[in-house]
Every structure is written in C-alpha cells, then in structure tokens.
Design a protein around this ligand. Structure first.
Ligand SMILES: [Mn+2]
Length: 429
C-alpha cells in the first residue's frame, strides 16, 4: 500500500528529494507522554508507526529510491516501551530500498541530496527538522564546489505529496468507510441514550465507548457534545452541562480508523421531539445540506457548494422573519452571517482537516473524483442576535462526508439519520 502511494508521489518528483519526518513524541508532564499519533504524511509514505524516524524519497535522472531512517534495536528500552522494528527488518517489512539508524541521518542526507535540483520539505513545521535539512544542504553545497550539483530550492509538500493525499484511492476509502460506519453507529447510539437530566459528558462517553469497542484507535478530533445554547458555540469543548427537556443536542464527533478520519454532525431533540421553532430551523439546514450535497460532482467547486447552502439558509431565515429585506440584499450585505458564519466544508482524509489546496491559480479548485469533503451547513441563534426570544439558543448543524465520484457523489456517512422522522425514531431507540 505504501509502495503504491510512494509510486504516485514519485510521479510528481523531478530531479528532487522529498523528506518527511515522523511525528515527535511530546510530553504532558515529566516523563509522561501525550498519546502518540504518527504524522499523516510520514504514515502515508511508510505505514510505519514508530517515532524518531524519517523517510527520504529521491528521484534523480528518472531513478527512484526510498531511504528510511529509524530507531535501532535497543533491548533495554524495548523492555519498557515495546518492540521496535529495527534497521535490519525495515527493508523487507516496509519495502523501502535502504534503511539506516536515525543517528546517521546527518551523514547520509547530504549524499541523498547530491544531484537533485529541489528539496521538498515542510519548512517551518519543526525547527529541529528544518535544521537537519538545512545542515545537509550546507554540506552538499560545500561538496558542490568539487563538481557535484546541490539543490537550489526548498519547496513544501503541497504540489507533490499533498496532491496525492487529496486524491483518495481504495486504500484510503476502505478505512474511511469503516471510520464512517463506526461514527454513524455511535451517533445513532447517542440519539437513543440522550435524555433530559443527563450530562453532555455521559453522551460523549457513549460515543467514545463505541469507537473503541469497534477498534477505532482514537477520535479524529475533540468531540463536541453541546446542548441548548452550547450548540451555538462552534468549537464548544466543555461537554459538562446537564441537558434539559425541550433542548436540542448538537453532536460533532467522528472516530479515526486505520489513520483515516470521519467527521459527522447531527442535531436532535433531547426529549425526542422537535419543537416548532427547532423544526422550522432544522428543515432549513437540512434542505441546505441536501442541496449542497446534490451540487457535489466533478467540476463543481467548494465555493459553489458553500453558495448553495448560503442561499437556502438565507431564504429560509427571510421566510421565518429572522432576516429582513430581499434575498439579494441579504446575500449582498451578508446579514446571514449573524446566523451562519463558517464555511460549508473542508477536505477530509488521513486528517480531519485534510491537506490539499482549495484554490488553483487563485480560483476555486474544481472537484475531481476521489476528493472527499464534508458538507456541514448550520444555523446558530445566539442570545446576542436581535430576534424574537423563541428562536434564541437554538444551534443546528448537519454534517456528512462526501466522496466525489466520476458521476457525482457518494455520501460515506449516509447511514446516520437526518430526516426529522428518522431522528425522532432513533431518539425513541
Ligand atoms: Mn467538519
């Protein structure tokens, strides 16, 4: 799998060397580490879970090679932290051409850079990594005076590796579908479990338990479980309020499976039945989301998808009297932003906010088969907005993960109920 991924990256290299480092270990306090999660770029190229490693893809004169640097075996440390792959096994197990101990990177990297015109490296991400690359460049430049060629530019990973990650293949879609299924089930479970009087964290616990029970490694991002007015806080993280009868509960939660993310938002009534106001706003968001999903196809842009939602939401708010004036005025003056202030989606893949440029030559990027993006319009009526009190404190978002196919789209998270009758049925359990 990593070999075919590397092959696609090599197609985008031209007399260049691409360097990616494993995610560093970070500490919570003293010797207690934060949970380790491999860097997605590194994992894409290697399928390798260990920290303190680096991979170098070199393509010069049409010849390609992959060199991995990793921790050597260390029986004493392995007794504490578990087995390491080790240099000897790396070549056969990971299918790379060569492997060296990480300690030899500074010696080997200048040799790998020699003859290349360009370095692809995520400059500015980690200063220690930058130093490693710049020192190697300095070393090869010194040698260049003796006749060899040194790279004359450092470029990021956007035009090479990230273009590949943006285009999902079956190797990506299989874990993405699994993540989507697990997350979808968790949302259905949450709808059944949530009751007035429960705390938001009790619902969060149900989500997390289901993720882990299904073999998910971790959440793809911090879960948002926001009841009542908390649903209007876009990045609400407290998850500690007691839910009251008659309120809505907004859950934005998705698990990671096989290093791939899912991202689902659903909003449902804690008591199991929408009130009139909740229903009226919910139907607008649902219609906006459906129309935006329908607009998803090759050649369309994230801009078109966003504008579709904005138009439906603005018209809906005008119809209910939450906005005034004509549709054109409200769109022109952007008054809808008091209720809908975020974008309608983002790329999703190994990372929940995945890599990939959103514009090409300054223009919105046309979608291609294999792109996966979220479609997640919402309406949020905070206490500050000048509307009738009965609308206040209602926050609604509906989010699915949409794969662009040759003929249109496939909704990877379609199994999660979102029609009002289906949601109310799921709330009854
Ligand atoms: Mn999202």
């Amino acid at each position: 799998m990593s070999a075919s991924r590397r092959a696609r990256v090599f197609e985008r290299l031209d007399d260049a060397v691409l360097i990616v480092f494993a995610a560093p270990v970070t500490y919570r306090n003293n010797d207690v580490e934060h949970d380790y999660r491999q860097d997605s770029d590194f994992f894409y190229l290697t399928g390798f879970h260990e920290p303190d490693a680096s991979v170098v893809l070199r393509k010069v004169g049409g010849e390609t090679s992959t060199t991995l640097f990793l921790r050597p075996l260390d029986p004493e440390k392995e007794r504490w932290d578990g087995p390491r792959l080790g240099v000897e096994r790396a070549v056969t197990q990971l299918g790379v051409d060569e492997a060296f101990p990480m300690g030899e990177l500074s010696q080997q990297l200048p040799k790998l850079l020699e003859g290349a015109r360009k370095i692809h490296h995520a400059l500015g991400k980690q200063s220690t990594q930058d130093t490693e690359v710049l020192n190697a460049l300095k070393a090869v430049k010194r040698r260049a005076r003796l006749g060899s060629t040194a790279p004359h530019a450092i470029e990021g990973l956007d035009s090479t590796l990230h273009e590949c990650r943006l285009r999902k293949t079956e190797d990506d879609l299989e874990p993405m579908r699994r993540a989507a299924t697990i997350s979808s089930e968790a949302h259905v479970l949450a709808m059944a479990k949530a009751q007035p009087g429960m705390f938001e964290y009790e619902v969060e616990a149900e989500l997390l338990a289901h993720f882990r029970r299904c073999g998910s490694d971790r959440v793809a991002y911090g879960s948002i479980v926001g009841s009542g007015e908390n649903a209007t806080v876009l990045h609400y993280r407290g998850n500690n309020r007691q839910m009251q009868a008659g309120e809505l509960l907004l859950i934005d939660a998705g698990c990671e499976f096989g290093h791939h993310a899912s991202d689902i938002t659903r909003t449902f009534p804690v008591s199991g039945t929408f009130t009139g106001e909740q229903r009226a706003l919910y139907e607008i968001v649902l219609e906006a989301q459906k129309q935006s999903i329908q607009a998803t196809k090759p050649g369309a842009t994230a801009e078109v998808i966003h504008d579709t939602s904005v138009r439906v939401i603005t018209q809906g708010l005008l119809d209910l009297g939450l906005l005034t004036g004509t549709l054109d005025q409200a769109l022109e003056q952007k008054t809808y932003r008091n209720f809908y202030m975020h974008r309608t989606g983002h790329w999703i893949g190994m990372d929940v906010h995945d890599v990939g440029d959103y514009t090409v030559d300054g223009a919105p990027r046309p979608l291609e088969p294999g792109f996966v993006l979220t479609v997640e319009p919402g309406i949020y009526v905070t206490e500050q907005v000048n509307v009738d009190a009965r609308w206040k404190g209602i926050g609604i978002r509906i989010e699915d993960d949409i794969l662009v196919t040759p003929t249109g789209f496939e909704n990877l998270t379609a199994a999660t109920p979102k029609e009002i009758t289906d949601i109310e049925a799921a709330c009854r359990g």
